[in-house]
Ligand binder design. Structure first.
Ligand SMILES: O=C[C@H](O)COP(=O)(O)O
Length: 251
């Protein structure tokens, strides 16, 4: 399975900054990227074209959008549709990120609509799930993950090719805090997610990638990537500098 090494640049980087970082990533990674690693960057909308210019035509370099509205077009002021993103050459979409859920109030229904439409329009989708610290302390991790998976994937075509859907497990309390989930916590959550994907998609569920996200850094990436059912990472803060993200990609 090709490990998916994803960078989420969140609301950082102007167009020239993004272009420089993307070009630096190509410089430091292209010649030594193993065949089983794919580099994926989610820049802000305004930098998608610039990142596409740096990455296009390069094997295993992909780019995608952090957000979109799940309609083809219409009177939705301020929103961007998947069609508009396809035009920029993006092949990936992110759904369910905890900042969308918690800062912008996106519920499971909207996450499901976005995941369903994004896939139906031919994109690859990375759907994020994860529990809050209160939910973890209350012993509800599996219940929350199951609920987010069941609802988020409720409209998805069950005969989908496995490379089209990835799940990112991001415990909310580990995002941007420097606090990484323990290796045991990651193994347990990923094995539970794998089980659920198997129930939903049968054999295909075994081949879908499950990424870990939450304070991944160059010095912890290798041990996280070595765990069972960890098929990639979704990196925020440590992906903003080309040098640090390159070290993670090659970890
Ligand atoms: O999308 C990425 C995650 O929110 C992780 O962010 P972080 O690496 O800054 O903790």
């Amino acid at each position: 399975m090709i490990k998916l090494m994803a960078a989420n640049w969140k609301m950082y980087k102007t167009r020239p900054e993004a272009s420089d970082t993307a070009r630096d990533l190509v410089k430091s990674l292209e010649a030594m990227l193993p065949d089983d690693r794919e580099v994926l960057v989610f820049p802000p909308f305004t930098a998608l074209y610039a990142v596409g210019e740096a990455f296009k035509g390069r094997k295993n370099f992909s780019w995608g959008a952090q957000n979109f509205y799940p309609k083809e077009e219409g009177a939705y002021t301020g929103e961007i549709s998947p069609r508009m993103l396809a035009e920029l050459g993006c092949t990936y979409l992110l759904t369910g990120h905890s900042e969308r859920r918690h800062v912008f109030g996106e519920g499971d229904g909207l996450v499901a609509d976005k995941t369903t439409l994004g896939l139906a329009q031919g994109f690859r989708v990375v759907m994020c799930i994860g529990e809050t610290i209160e939910e973890r302390r209350g012993g509800k991790v599996e219940e929350i993950l199951k609920n987010q998976l069941d609802k988020g994937l409720s409209g998805v075509d069950k005969s989908l090719s496995p490379e089209r859907l990835s799940i990112a497990y991001e415990p909310v309390w580990a995002i941007g805090t420097g606090e990484v989930a323990s290796l045991d916590d990651i193994v347990q959550a990923h094995s539970f997610i794998r089980q659920q994907l198997g129930k939903a998609f049968g054999e295909r569920g075994q081949e879908m990638r499950i990424l870990y996200g939450g304070s991944v850094k160059p010095d912890n990436a290798s041990e996280i990537l070595g765990l069972d059912n960890v098929d990639g990472v979704l990196v925020g803060g440590a992906s903003l500098k080309a040098d640090s993200f390159s070290r993670i990609v090659l970890a």
